[in-house]
Structure formats: C-alpha cells, structure tokens
Design a protein around this ligand. Sequence first.
Ligand code: HAM
Length: 431
Amino acid sequence: MEMKAPRGTMDILPPESERWRRVAERGTALFRAYGYREIILPIMEYTEVFARGIGQGTDIVQKEMFTFADKSGRSLTLRPEATAGVARAFVQHHLDKAGLPVKLYYQGPMFRHERPQAGRYRQFRQLGVELIGSPHPSADAEVIMVCNEFFSMLGIETDLVINSVGDGDCRPAYIDALKEYLAVNKASLCKDCRRRAVENPLRVLDCKVESCARVIAGAPGLEAFLCEVCRQHYHEVAELLQAASIPFRRDDRLVRGLDYYTRTVYEFQDPQAGAQNALAAGGRYDKLVEELGGKPMPATGFSIGMERVMLAGPRLEESEDAGVYVVAIGEAARGRAFLAANRLRSAGIRADLDHMQRSPKAQMREADRGGFACSVIVGEDEMAGGYYTLRDMREGGQERVEESGLVETVRQRLELRQAAPGKRGMGEDGR
Ligand code: HAM
C-alpha cells in the first residue's frame, strides 16, 4: 500500500518550509513589537469549549470538528480555531489578575473537516492575536492595524472589509427581519440554508451557493438595525482606521462563521483569489469569556491563515543565513574538519560538512549547491601549518586563517556577505 499524508493535510518540505518559518517569524516579531506575548495552547480541548464558544448552530461545530472520546469516554476535539482555547485559558489561569488588557498571540495547526480545495485544508496553520479586556474602539483599531501591517510588510495586497454585527440589544431585531425575509425566499435557498434560515439565520449570509448569493444580495443589511451604542462604536473604529490611513470597505452583510462575534467583524481578502479569499479574519467577541465561565470580559482579535498567505506569494529577502561548509581534503583531514564545523556551530554559525566520503571537488560542489557563502578548507598543508583556508564561494577569493581566529574571521566574512549579497560560483580549480 502506498502511504500518503491524510486527505486535506500536506507536508511542507525544505526549502519551502524555510519560507514558512521566515513568514511566521516576521509575523510573531511584529506581534511582539505591538506588545503581544505568546500563549502556547494544547491542540485539543474538551469538546464543550468549542460547542459553547463557537456556537452549536455553526458549520464548524455541526459538521467540521475532529471529535473523539478519550479512554474515559470524555469527548475531546482537535482545535478548529484558537480563540475559544485562549478564552478558556484566560478563565482557567485568571489572566486578568495581572492587569488589563491581556495581549496574546499564538501560532500553530488547526483542524476542520472541510472539503479540501485550493486554500482550504483539513489541517492548516494560523497566526493570531487576541486583545482581552478592552471594550474600546482603539483596541479593535489596534488589532486591525497589526494585521494590516503584517500584509504590507510581506508585500501582499489585501482588501479590508469591515462590518458591525451589533450586540445582544440590537441584533435580535435584525435576526427577526432576516428570518422574515428568508422565509419569503425559502424556495431559492440551498438545503443547508433552509435549515439555517430557521436555526441560525446569520449563517445564511456566509453561504457561497449561487442561488443563495442572489437571495443574500437582497437581504436587509445590519447597519440600519444597529443601536446607538453599537453605531457609535463602529463609527469610532472606522474613524481610527481612516486616521491611520488604512483603506477599508464597509459591507453591511459581512458576517462570520463563528457565533461569538459582537460589534466589529472584518476580513482581509485576497483580491486575486476565488472562493477561499479570506487571508485573515477576526472581530470583537465581548461575550465569549463569560460564556466559558469567566467574568464579563470584552475582547477582540484576528487569525491569519498561513496556507493562504503562502499562496499569495509573500515577499521575502534573500536567505539571511548563508553559513559555511567545511571541506576536508584527504582522509587525514576529516577529523579536524569535523572539529572545526563543531566549533563554528557552537559559536552559533550555521556550518555543515560531508558525510558521504565525497572527493574534495564534490565537497566544493555541495558547498555551492547548499548556498553556503564560504567554505573552510582543511588539507595537508593546513594540517601541517596549523591554519585553515577560507574561501569566498561567491567571489572565489581565498585567505589563510589561523586556528585561533577561525570563528571571528568566518563571522566577519558572513556578515559582509549578508550586507552585500552577490553571485555564487565555484573557483576554476574546483576548489
Ligand atoms: P476564521 O475566519 O474561521 O476565524 O479563520 C481565520 C482564517 O484562517 C481564515 O481567514 C483563513 O485564512 C484561515 N482558514 C480558516 N479555515 C481554513 C481552512 N480550512 N484551510 C485553510 N485556511 C483556513 C477564526 O479562526 C477566528 N479564531 C479568528 C479570530 C481571532 N477572531 C477573533 N480572534
């Protein structure tokens, strides 16, 4: 039997995995610059965390969770998203005690049993940020700003679409109006939406089926139903975004596939992508912490979908860490080459060497193929004289380096290379 990764999952192999790592590192460095600190959560939770947090009537909870019983029969679920887990941890560890707001970020795999297609997987990675404790529009604007900055830093063009879904005071009237409208148009809805129209009418607005899209286009919008407090909140978020020169479009039928949202919701959409066009999405969720057993606690945040970001082609500079390859000429030199590589590595320099008994020429080819900026050559002369030959793999120049100066000289040469990246090429003698 041919063994393959499960449907909807994928292996990310080098060198692509290095691009992923660099995108994630740039994102998390950005989050830290805005004062967010990392929270590392379990990838499974008791099922009720998601059932209560995300909402019983959502597609995620009804159809998409990987749920199983542990040996005692208790129901566990692989996390379909991380916000509910963050809120659960916030309550469990009384994170509000250290002062508000609590600003957290996370990264890692999420699991949803969806029909796989381009940009939609059953295991996917998210980077996300949650700001817990502030009800103010500046908190919404800050997280949107962080997300916006993430995409501009990577040169990815996005359309930011925002809306307000109101709160417990004004949303019920909207839902009634929507229900009424959907009941009249029931015949044109897909099978799922006929059920949603009764159980959870807001979810109909998410449906991508063509006949439903036509019904949705004529549905009442949320904005007209907002109460004064929600309207003012929405207005202030929009003003702050304008002041920060962040372009956005309002869409008063934008809702999200999770029930915990209150007031602000938004998506960063890829203008070039098809159906799975949300590169990141988020919003305010003022009731979630309370729903999971905590005190009333306003909060807001977003998650970025890494697979979709990588498909959008993030702009990254040339590899920043070119490293050094240690070449042994002759069997006798292998031991010294091995020690030299280890010394360089202990000093934090990326170093590699041959484990395949290759000829010196083939080792040089490896150094070139692996993208190393320099090679350190150990041969008979070097052994006898107690020095190394350091070769610049791009320019081809060589210099003699004393034993005691190896680490420092290599470090300096690598720093110079990083400052002025050039073409790589082997010397004519193959050395
Ligand atoms: P979400 O809209 O369900 O929100 O997911 C956020 C992002 O994760 C999406 O915009 C998309 O880029 C990516 N994503 C979702 N499902 C898949 C999938 N099956 N395959 C690939 N990528 C996917 C949340 O998860 C909320 N927790 C966001 C949030 C944080 N709200 C407040 N704080």
